[in-house]
Design a protein around this ligand. Structure first.
Ligand code: GTP
Ligand code: SPV
Ligand code: MN
Length: 621
């Protein structure tokens, strides 16, 4: 120590403000206090702010973000209490190639995740985080995913140096003083979520509106239930309660405890007789979950309400009944394509205000705009990069992964059951992807294992929700490829085992949809959005045992007569293209399924049997 007198002062010493914040912490939770102190010693913030989640705190932070140039305050009449943020152009989406699952063995992370030894990774990250919060405030956000009144609340604490993250977390989760109080009282376990932008400020150095670091690490330690995220301020990289906790860490917990943490929307459907059912849907990122969850039925007498739009925790009662909750309190929705004609429920929620927009375009009168928001394109905008924009600019005004972050309570079709800590009974699981060919509008699986096979081989064209090429077909098991916090083979095995444990009769029925199939001339074969209620009706009536269907090699599919097409404006060619099961197209699918299974390496036997069964049925067709 004597040789290196600066070691204590510079790397572990804490300034008076920080010491004070630790000594006067609003909690006696010993583990939390010790962890915050240790992280402060590592990251060296100028100040610590214990986030209480209050209105006054929101006002203070949003004012500061406006002053810093991170937020633009929107017109108070159009979007009350709402702000637009613009990220660094290199920090616009989840970074899958920089996302790691650090289990003790490489096998633990499996063939689909990036892996590093946890001790090696902690060493690497300690270097990255050392001094990373210099010149900044360390915010400590106590939060709960799901209900604070749950029998075992799912606590987390995010430490972050981003006020944008604090404001976004306040929308997306239940945060602040009430959570900390209960967590302290129960001495509750919490998931440690450490986040830094990785952009320390030297004394006197001027800040930028969107600090971040080109070197990014989104790291999970599932065995320790801990998350370390470095370098990005955007979405799922930084709002750690969402993908990192409620999917990656929670999926590992769910595997240990016998339940499912899934990338699914939850929809409540009520038929004209007043009977309600709940349906969950797993579609990959930017493939229609939020829109399906907020569907406005176009058929007489049917009602749809929303429970969740992105994440579902499915537990099984003693009676075997699957019950599902949405652990989130907000929507972090894709802006482009969200408009009055396609998703009026989202537009109404946003118009209530209290919303943070990121990477959308600004109108000249203090509003926001994105492609697909209105039928008419404004004549002049400021694009997401802050440049003048006109329809002649020849580039999108909003980033394709631009988002709105809005409290879920502002959704006026929110089902009252959203607030039930026990969750709602789940009748059906719908898988879906973005496929131009092959996959028909809807099919029903022959049973649980066949449904697991459909999910395991779910495929979709990639989107702008993650960095990398867009439009490439990839397999995305249960829409969870980027979010499984352990070995994907074990994950599939877990799905099979849950079905065996609960029994076929009690399990939700499984369907597979595709809203994105094209006609030979290139347009969408199916109009989608509200018209998807026709598919919902078929699914509902299949559950009731009242809808017809024909057995195709891939599952039971509706004929035209089985679907309610009253008043639907589609041509015969379009309908044919949407519904067709083309045996040749499906045969061509087999090698790519085999390639995928080869990559997985240890696909559970029942799923391989389903693969063989599909081939047999295709050969007989
Ligand atoms: P994440 O939030 O990334 O998980 O996305 P998501 O699955 O919630 O997707 P979202 O509902 O936001 O839709 C993504 C894009 O698909 C938007 O541009 C929508 O307009 C478009 N989309 C959604 N549903 C349909 C549909 O039924 N038909 C067509 N053609 N497009 C759709
Ligand atoms: C997704 O990509 O599935 C999202 C957006 O919902 S993010 O929160 O960035 O993961
Ligand atoms: Mn999502």
């Amino acid at each position: 120590m004597a040789d290196n007198p600066t070691a204590t002062t510079e790397t572990t010493g804490l300034n008076e403000a920080v010491k004070d914040a630790l000594d006067n912490a609003p909690t006696t939770h010993a583990h939390l206090l010790a962890w915050v102190r240790e992280m402060a010693e590592l990251t060296q913030p100028d100040r610590i702010h214990w986030v209480d989640g209050s209105e006054a705190e929101w006002t203070q932070l949003t004012d500061e973000l406006v002053d810093a140039g991170t937020f633009v305050r929107l017109d108070e009449e159009k979007f009350p209490n709402s702000f637009a943020a613009f990220s660094d152009p290199e920090d616009v989406a989840r970074v899958e190639e920089r996302t790691f699952i650090c289990t003790r063995t490489e096998k633990g992370a499996g063939p689909t995740n990036n892996w590093e030894d946890p001790e090696v990774m902690r060493g690497t990250l300690r270097k990255k985080f050392r001094g990373a919060m210099r010149g900044r405030t360390m915010y400590v956000i106590p939060f709960v995913m799901g209900h604070l009144e749950a029998s075992r609340p799912s606590y987390g604490v995010e430490i972050t140096d981003s006020a944008y993250v604090v404001c976004s977390m306040r929308i997306m989760a239940t945060i602040g003083a009430p959570v900390l109080e209960k967590m302290t009282e129960q001495n509750g376990f919490f998931v440690e979520c450490l986040h830094s932008l990785g952009a320390p400020l030297a004394p006197g150095e001027e800040d930028v509106p969107w600090p971040c670091n080109p070197s990014k690490y989104i790291v999970h330690f599932p065995e320790d239930r801990a998350i370390w995220s470095f370098g990005s301020g955007y979405g799922g990289n930084a709002l750690l309660g969402k993908k990192c906790y409620a999917l990656r860490i929670a999926s590992a917990i769910a595997h240990d405890e016998g339940w499912l943490a899934e990338h699914m929307l939850i929809l409540k459907v009520t038929n004209p007789e007043g009977k309600s059912r709940f349906i969950a849907g797993a579609f990959p990122s930017a493939c229609g979950k939020t829109n399906f969850a907020m569907l406005e039925p176009t058929i007489e007498g049917w009602k749809a309400e929303m429970v969740g739009d992105d994440i579902a925790w499915i537990r099984f009662g003693k009676d075997g009944q699957a019950r599902v909750t949405n652990p989130e309190a907000g929507l972090f929705g894709v802006a482009p394509g969200t408009g009055w004609p396609t998703n009026p429920n989202a537009m109404r929620a946003i118009a209530r205000g209290n919303t943070i927009f990121t990477n959308v375009a600004l109108t000249d009168d203090g509003g926001v705009w994105w492609e697909g928001m209105t039928e008419e394109t404004p004549e002049h905008l400021t694009d997401w990069k802050g440049r003048d924009w006109t329809p002649e600019s020849g580039r999108p005004a909003a980033h394709p992964n631009s988002r709105f972050c809005t409290p879920i309570k502002q959704v006026d079709i929110l089902a009252p059951e959203y607030d039930d800590p026990e969750g709602v009974p789940l009748s059906a699981i719908v898988f879906g992807g973005r496929r131009k060919t092959t996959v028909p509008l809807v099919s029903q699986s022959f049973g649980w294992e066949h449904g697991v096979f459909q999910g395991a081989t779910l495929s979709s064209e990639t989107t702008a929700a993650a960095k990398g090429a867009v439009g490439v077909v990839r397999r995305d098991p249960m829409a969870m490829l980027p979010f499984i916090g352990y070995n994907a083979n074990d994950y599939l095995e877990h799905w099979v085992e849950v079905g065996e444990r609960i029994g076929e009769d009690e399990m939700p029925k499984v369907f597979y949809v595709n809203w994105f199939r094209r006609t030979p001339s290139g347009g969408f074969a199916w109009p989608g959005f509200g018209e998807n209620s026709r598919v919902v009706k078929w699914i509902f009536d299949r559950l009731e045992g009242t809808a017809g269907g024909r057995e195709a090699p891939i599952g039971t599919v509706p004929t035209r007569e089985d679907l309610d097409l009253t008043g639907l404006d589609v041509s015969d060619e379009e309908l044919e293209a949407a519904l067709k099961v083309d045996v040749e197209e499906w045969r061509a699918e087999l090698p790519s399924i085999d390639e995928w299974f080869h990559r997985l390496g240890h696909v559970p036997e029942p799923i391989l049997e389903q693969r063989a069964g599909l081939e047999d049925r295709l050969n007989q067709a």
